[in-house]
Ligand binder design. Structure first.
Ligand code: GAL
Length: 349
């Protein structure tokens, strides 16, 4: 053996030994080869809204019950950061990556990067567009919009007739378009009859409360305090902003406002009368299902999806859960009975 080739052998041996040493001392989750438990990566858009904290906690708990570990990252609404988060999970050699995308188009790159490393990806609640996504788990998001709009129609001062302000969600989120689609399906025949008018419409960037507040501020200054009967706010976070704008004009409780997520503060507003309704999405079911699917995928087992959703590139195997309209009259039988929010906290006693 020449000096050169024996040097190569020695350095190879050294790097194997270093690898073994690093493997033993690596962070929780361990090196992919030395791990005995599956390791799942969860990349969230944000943890700053109540619902996503609940999703994250429930998902982690169920994964741990199933014998897997979870690494959680939150990108705070920043696409570059979310790509970096996914890259960090890839370099930790997770077995599966679960993504709640801030931007459903931008995260196609994260899916490509994960696939290059042989890691499957689950889109959680929000679809990732134009990529070879493995699984999509969410709710019936078109139905969310349908139920919000139908609730408004049924509860307008003159049922079936009125002037509506639409506060849609973030344009980076595919769900925002599905919610809007569902609502417009219900409104359209009434608009055609001349009974319903959409008097103002805008999209709240990044689903932020402040942006929703600005939209309703603008609607009030343009239309006047008596220029509309209801605000269709796509989710509870944006409903909070809409209600702040209404209360500055003494209109909170006088104008109907929808929401979604059954957040504690939203349920409290419903009981107080400043928000009219919300949509209850059983997050525990979604989180548990996602955990079960992720752990199965990590173990290379087959998964069952009952339908597909086209993401612009492929028909993605999907599971979409059912959702429920909640107002003062059925708060007890839904959100409270399911243990989603505590009765004492919702009713303040
Ligand atoms: C949507 C989600 C809603 C709501 C919203 C704002 O994608 O489906 O439940 O939370 O984002 O975060």
């Amino acid at each position: 053996m020449s000096i050169k080739s024996s040097l190569v052998v020695v350095s190879l041996l050294l790097s194997i030994l270093i690898g073994l040493f690093l493997g033993k001392n690596s962070a929780p989750g361990g090196d992919a080869d030395s791990r005995t438990r599956p390791l799942i990566g969860l990349s969230l858009d944000t943890l700053k809204e109540e619902r996503w904290q609940a999703d994250s906690d429930l998902f982690k708990k169920r994964c741990e019950e199933l014998g897997a570990d979870v690494l959680v990252q939150a990108a705070n609404g920043d696409d570059t950061r979310q790509i970096n988060d996914v890259q960090a999970l890839i370099s930790r050699k997770v077995d599966v990556i679960v993504i709640v995308p801030h931007d459903g188009a931008a995260m196609a790159k994260a899916v490509r990067l994960a696939h290059e490393a042989g890691i499957p990806v689950i889109a959680y609640d929000r679809l990732i567009k134009n990529c070879d996504l493995d699984v999509y788990l969410s709710f019936d998001n078109v139905k969310v919009g349908r139920l919000q709009a139908q609730w408004l129609l049924d509860h307008l001062p003159t049922p079936g007739k009125g002037r509506i302000v639409l506060v849609n969600g973030s344009k980076t989120d595919n769900n925002a378009f599905l919610f809007n689609q569902g609502a417009m399906e219900v409104f359209q025949p009434h608009i055609e009859k001349g009974d319903v008018q959409i008097v103002w419409e805008d999209w709240a960037e990044d689903w932020k409360l402040d942006n929703a507040k600005k939209i309703v501020n603008a609607a009030i200054s343009k239309l006047g305090a008596t220029g509309f009967d209801a605000v269709l706010a796509a989710a509870d976070g944006v409903a909070a902003g809409a209600i702040q704008a209404l209360s500055e004009e003494g209109l909170a409780g006088k104008i109907l406002v929808t929401g979604q997520d059954a957040e504690l503060v939203a349920c409290q507003r419903i009981i107080a009368g400043t928000q009219s309704m919300t949509i209850y999405k059983p997050l525990k079911k979604l989180a548990n299902n996602a955990a079960e699917v992720a752990v199965k995928m990590a173990k290379g087992k087959p998964i069952i999806a009952n339908q597909t959703v086209n993401n612009g590139q492929i028909d993605v195997p999907s599971v979409l859960g059912d959702i429920f309209a909640v107002d003062k009259t059925n708060m007890m039988e839904t959100v409270i009975a399911d243990g989603f929010q505590p009765k004492e906290a919702v009713y303040g006693k």
